[in-house]
Ligand binder design. Structure first.
Ligand SMILES: [Zn+2]
Length: 77
């Protein structure tokens, strides 16, 4: 089961993820930091997965949601 499917089945966690992974004033994710403390560009991968999980909950088919990280996720499976 993909992480997106797991998120789709956990509405509380999904909602929290959508709230936490929001853009700051510079358009970067408030929640995601790399090891040097630099923010990830938003939407970050986590946010895109949460958006896809929301899409599934709203009747979308798994794997049909687009997004900036779509190709990368497909490569990783
Ligand atoms: Zn994030």
């Amino acid at each position: 089961m993909s992480l997106v499917a797991v998120l789709a089945g956990m509405p509380d966690l999904l909602e929290r993820t959508l709230i936490e992974h929001a853009p700051d004033s510079r358009g970067q994710c408030r929640e995601c930091r790399d090891s040097s403390g630099i923010s990830a560009a938003w939407p970050c991968m986590m946010r895109e997965m949460a958006d896809e999980a929301s899409d599934i909950r709203n009747g979308g088919l798994p794997g049909t949601y687009g997004g900036r990280h779509r190709t990368l996720r497909a490569v990783r499976g």
